[in-house]
Design a protein around this ligand. Structure first.
Ligand code: 9YT
Length: 131
């Protein structure tokens, strides 16, 4: 059994932010844990992020904050509050806006390894060993 706490992850290499500090992702489960998905406790400060997970499916469950998600494929918008889940089942290009700092539980399939960098599309490339 694997038991980890957020406190154990904070400040380690599994606590990752982008250069612009527009997101901070505390990775509780990664590919190396062998679960077939990764699970992240993510903080999105007030502001806007554009994401596209071309190679991954992601489900996101909001537990704190307030914001909006817009599909850049369709232009559709949804409000986000604690208790709201969105699932990017079509690898949707999306813009995430936080009006109040969002805290999100994110699950990725295939799992994030922790080595990903955003490619020229802004997506995470799949590492060669991923299945
Ligand atoms: C909301 C969202 O896409 N979270 C993912 C955060 C971050 N890109 C990560 O964990 O890699």
């Amino acid at each position: 059994m694997i038991v980890r706490t957020l406190d154990e992850v904070i400040g380690t290499e599994d606590d990752v932010s982008n250069a612009e500090k527009t997101w901070n992702s505390r990775r509780l489960l990664l590919a190396r844990h062998g679960m077939g998905f990764s699970m992240h406790d993510t903080i999105i400060p007030e502001g806007e992020n554009q994401f596209w997970y071309k190679n991954h499916l992601e489900a996101v469950y909001c537990i704190e904050g307030e914001g909006e998600i817009e599909s850049r494929d369709t232009g559709q918008k949804w409000q986000i509050a604690p208790g709201t889940l969105y699932a990017l089942n079509e690898h949707d290009k999306h813009t995430l806006r936080a009006r109040k700092t969002l805290r999100l539980i994110c699950v990725f399939n295939p799992p994030v390894t922790g080595e990903e960098v955003h490619d020229e599309d802004g997506a995470y490339a799949l590492p060669p060993q991923s299945s």
